[in-house]
Design a protein around this ligand. Structure first.
Ligand code: SF4
Ligand code: SF4
Length: 718
């Protein structure tokens, strides 16, 4: 579990986690297999529509939680179930301990329940002298190790069979075979004894159907059925957000849950419990059944317009499965009780700011979690919003305050950038265009890649010299360069200008008062700065004046499209303008393929083998996948490589704050590219160029790294 109190300690913990080769190999293997398994499980289904339906239905249920609770209570109590509402963890823990005491229970068996983890139920019950045994295999293993789950669905995924065999040796006092099937048999034998002697069973529930007072449970091991049937007392602890009006709502969730969680069409056991079952050891021959609904901040969260979507979560764990950072560091360093992207957000609401502060900074903003979420939760945005909220509550650090102040003043910001090129002169290898060395204080942890020098002349200062003159324009295009292209790689935009100019009658403009898109500010939690620069860019690039606004930076484009409407939602006077603006934004590759329809006749084919790195904000942010690959194929031989859509680890300021993670993600990316036997790798984002090119240069690899615009421009016939 995360114990770090500050960023330095957290980075040390991450460094330690990265040394765990077994965990990294396991999570890698799982992540790759999961991708295929999920795709197969959903084959033939309209997944986006299903996700939308789930989001809509969940929102509708959440808007009437109290009503659903009352209905459930009425139905369930009519059947003899006692239904409670616990306002917080303490109340839920005490209620359960009281139920155990009232019914003279001593031995408790438990099925897996994240809600029970949320309130640290076992610790509380054990302090009351009760004996609690987890019966889900993974949960039992981690209980024996006295550690929290490292995944919401696969709690012991971080452990090898050798570790488990050692553990079981301690339990049985016998040497254990490391064969997985034999280990499962050991667990079964040991746990059977517990089921038989237990007088109370505790479970969670995946669904609570208000209309019938029914609980629904989805498990893979069958232990849930034993927990709910063998002991004479059954207590179900259920988050209020699990309430749903009817069975058909639960069945809809069931379509997505196993498929998204583990790539299974259906889990092994789906159990429905409507009222107490028969029980020969109670006076009225009926099981004693209690359902405790947990609030713990949920009813307040429902009223939060921005964050209420968190409660749509169906705990499938998919957002961890696809997260490149989780895949490296594992759940104990990527969550508190709840793990993965949703864990980063929930930790703040259920376990407090102190536990969330470091976690929310450890997101590279790759968008993989949003793409896979069964409930359509905009996880990356919520993670950034929590970060901003924590800074607002605790005060912004001087570094980000200064950045915010400078970025809001465009001319100061650009003057500083221009002047920095003089400051870098003593440290620069101008021929190779890399920083040779920097004082140690700046280079700490950054030596995994070479850093580029600033260009001697930014694109904005070159524009008047290279601007194509068009007499009778048919299309007007604004070029948005973004800071990296403008001040580090102006040649990328110059290349784009050469390509786009091949479109007849296309007039290009580079509006001079454009400024940073604002994403770096948002990543640092400076939401107000991000909002202010958004307003400035809207003014600089009036969408009414252009047919298209083309950018070479996938991150800027995705930020324009997705963040601007949210950032400026309170600027009612800008509503229409924002809509038009986001509609005009287009990435370079899509512009070339879909608007210009660049003819291969205009290009020489090089025959060079070119791989592709798909920037996160292009493939997931804008859902642009084919256009760049088609562009490469126009002039070169495109060679697919492994995991093209997995993050390269740049993430802007993320790579400065979390260099250990950035370095490792980059190493994996470079290994995949090298395995492809390519001479060049193309990408559509200057940030990815910086990261991969710097990594290749530092490692002495001879794979060239180019923007797609450059690869096309170089092959243009005169
Ligand atoms: S955006 Fe990417 S890095 Fe951040 S939590 Fe989601 S998957 Fe993980
Ligand atoms: S946030 Fe989405 S992907 Fe993550 S566990 Fe919840 S439903 Fe699944």
């Amino acid at each position: 579990m995360l114990t770090a109190g500050n960023l330095k300690e957290y980075l040390n913990e991450i460094e330690e986690a990265l040394k765990n080769d077994f965990q990294r190999r396991t999570l890698d293997t799982f992540a790759v297999a999961y991708r295929t398994g999920r795709a197969n499980a959903f084959a033939g289904m309209d997944v986006p529509s299903l996700v939308q339906e789930i989001a809509r239905a969940k929102d509708a249920s959440l808007s009437r939680l109290d009503e659903l609770y009352r209905e459930f209570k009425k139905r369930a109590e009519a059947m003899g179930v006692k239904v409670h509402l616990a306002k917080d963890s303490m109340e839920a823990n005490e209620l359960i301990a009281d139920i155990a005491r009232e019914n003279s229970c001593r031995n408790i068996v438990k099925a897996k329940s994240m809600t029970a983890e949320e309130i640290h139920l076992n610790t509380h019950l054990e302090k009351q002298g009760l004996r609690v045994v987890e019966t889900d295999l993974g949960e039992w293993i981690i209980q024996l190790r006295k550690e929290p789950p490292s995944h919401m669905v696969l709690p012991a995924i971080h452990l090898s069979r050798y570790q488990v065999a050692d553990l079981f040796e301690g339990v049985t006092s016998k040497k254990q075979d490391t064969d997985v099937h034999k280990l499962v048999k050991v667990a079964r034998r040991e746990l059977r004894k517990e089921f038989v002697q237990a007088d109370m069973g505790i479970t969670g529930a995946n669904f609570a159907i208000a209309g019938t007072g029914t609980l629904g449970m989805v498990t893979n091991e069958g232990n849930g059925r034993l927990v709910t049937t063998l002991p004479r007392v059954h207590v179900a602890l259920v988050g209020l957000e699990k309430l749903t009006p009817r069975l058909k709502d639960a069945l809809r969730l069931l379509k997505a849950l196993p498929r998204n969680a583990t790539g299974q069409q259906i889990t092994s056991y789906v159990s429905w419990i409507t009222g107490p079952s028969e029980c020969l050891s109670t006076p009225d021959k009926k099981k004693i059944m209690h359902v405790i609904f947990l609030d713990n901040g949920r009813r307040k969260l429902v009223r939060d317009r921005n964050f209420s979507q968190v409660l749509r979560c169906i705990r499938c764990g998919a957002c961890a499965n696809v997260c490149p950072v989780y895949r490296l560091v594992g759940g104990h360093k990527y969550g508190y009780v709840y793990i993965g992207a949703i864990g980063l957000v929930m930790t703040y609401f259920f376990h407090g700011r102190d536990k969330a502060r470091l976690l929310v900074q450890n997101c590279v903003n790759c968008g993989a979690c949003r793409e896979v979420c069964a409930a359509g939760i905009d996880l990356p945005r919520l993670i950034k919003d929590i970060h901003a909220r924590i800074l607002d509550e605790e005060g912004h650090p001087p570094r980000s305050k200064l950045l915010g102040m400078v970025m809001k003043n465009r001319s100061l910001f650009h003057t500083l950038l221009k002047n920095m090129r003089f400051a870098q002169l003593p440290f620069a290898d101008r021929q190779a265009r890399y920083i040779r060395h920097l004082p140690a204080v700046f280079m700490k942890g950054q030596d995994f890649r070479k850093l580029p020098v600033l260009a001697s002349r930014p694109f904005r200062d070159q524009w008047e010299d290279i601007k194509p003159r068009v007499v009778k324009p048919r299309t007007k295009v604004a070029l948005f360069s973004g800071c990296a292209v403008d001040f580090i790689y102006p040649e990328q935009m110059a290349a784009a200008v050469r390509v786009i100019s091949k479109g007849r009658g296309t007039a290009l403009e580079h509006p001079r008062s454009q400024t940073c898109c604002g994403l770096p500010a948002l990543m640092m939690g400076e939401k107000e700065t991000a909002r202010e620069v958004a307003r400035q860019n809207l003014k600089a690039m009036d969408p009414e004046e252009f047919d298209h606004i083309v950018t070479l930076c996938a991150s800027c484009a995705s930020h324009f499209k997705h963040s601007y409407p949210k950032l400026l939602e309170k600027d009612r006077d800008l509503e229409q303008k924002v809509r038009t603006f986001t509609g005009r934004i287009i990435d370079f590759s899509s512009y070339v393929q879909d608007v210009m329809r660049l003819s291969p006749m205009l290009l020489e084919h090089s025959g060079a083998k070119v791989g592709y790195h798909s920037p996160c904000h292009l493939c997931r942010g804008l859902e642009v996948r084919q256009a760049p690959r088609r562009n490469i194929s126009l002039a070169h031989e495109y060679v697919p490589t492994d995991e093209e859509e997995v993050c390269c680890g740049f993430g802007g300021s993320y790579s400065l704050s979390f260099p250990v993670v950035s370095r490792t993600l980059l190493a994996k990316k470079m290994a995949s590219l090298q395995a492809g036997r390519i001479s060049t790798v193309a990408t559509d984002c200057p940030g990815c160029v910086l990261q991969i090119r710097g990594g290749m240069a530092q490692a002495g690899r001879d794979i060239k790294v180019r923007h797609v615009a450059e690869l096309l421009a170089e092959q243009l016939k005169d």
